[in-house]
Design a protein around this ligand. Structure first.
Ligand code: DHB
Ligand code: FE
Length: 282
């Protein structure tokens, strides 16, 4: 049966993709950010997951405002990356696991989550930047896993609630655990933490709120479901809605987790960057 090893969170800011391309690991601006990652990479090297379920929010590459699925799951053999206009080098396609994707989709729809299934999906920085951070070298990395993208709408209101995001993750957990193949799975939640990219509050960051979210997501994620979508935007900024991805990931980990590592760094570009590694207890 499939096993869930744990969950990872990471910011997915496009500027990180550029810093990786330019190998700016020792640059004083970037060093405190990149220094968070070796601990997580060591854990990944130790446990070698076969599949990474990458929960991210598409920003307009795979979907646009004309058609915006609330929840979408990739069901392709590979996922292409494309130029989004951020100046990041385009990456080679990411290998998928279509059979496992369809198992998950079957289970989620059977569980009354109405999914958009995507046999073709271009993946944007929300997906690609964390893959580069966790598996440097991508396909050159001997431990590079197959990936399944799951995207939720955080862009065009109405977005899902935090409660629904956590419930989605819990149903995803059942879907993964019922897969009969002996594979090891890691679940990623990308984006966040607090940030707002435009409007009067551009540059908004809320350290206190972020720290509270980083604590509660480990110990009591249900408490975070009390936060309304309006309160989330107010406290985390217009793009801080990406915290939904973290809640979806957290739901997939089960009730109890061990926090093995976390790093919080502000700012990277316009964003408070949060890195977490949570290991499943059972
Ligand atoms: C930035 C952050 C994001 O989450 C994003 O999708 C794009 C840009 C930023 O801080 O620059
Ligand atoms: Fe984003």
């Amino acid at each position: 049966m499939a096993k869930i090893l744990g969950g990872l969170t990471s910011s997915h800011i496009p500027a990180i993709g550029n810093a990786i391309a330019k190998e700016m690991y020792e640059d004083p601006y970037w060093k405190p950010f990149f220094d968070g990652y070796p601990r997580v990479r060591a854990w990944l090297e130790e446990h070698k997951p076969d599949v990474a379920i990458n929960i991210y929010n598409d920003h307009g590459l795979g979907f646009f405002l004309d058609k915006m699925p609330t929840f979408a799951i990739g069901a392709a053999h590979e996922y292409k990356n494309d130029d989004e206009g951020w100046g990041i080098p385009q990456l080679p396609p990411f290998p998928g696991d279509a059979k496992f994707s369809w198992h998950i989709i079957e289970h989620m729809v059977g569980n009354e989550f109405d999914i958009t299934s995507c046999q073709e999906l271009a993946v944007d920085h929300g997906f690609t930047v964390p893959m580069q951070l966790f598996w440097p070298g991508l396909e050159q990395n001997p431990n590079f896993p197959r990936a399944i993208p799951i995207s939720a709408n955080t862009v065009q209101h109405p977005i899902p609630t935090l409660k629904r995001a956590l419930a989605f993750g819990r149903a995803l957990r059942e879907a993964i655990l019922s897969y009969p193949e002996n594979i090891k799975v890691v679940v990623l939640g990308t984006g966040g933490l607090s940030h707002q990219l435009d409007g009067e509050r551009a540059g908004f960051i809320n350290k206190e709120f972020d720290k509270m979210c980083m604590e509660k997501i480990v110990t009591d994620p249900d408490a975070l479901t009390k936060i309304s979508r309006e309160e989330l935007v107010l406290n985390a900024g217009a793009q801080g809605t990406e915290f939904l991805m973290w809640m979806m990931m957290r739901g997939a980990l089960g009730d109890k987790v061990n926090l093995l590592h976390s790093n919080y760094h502000i700012p990277i570009s316009n964003t408070a960057s949060g890195l977490m590694l949570m290991e499943c207890v059972n």
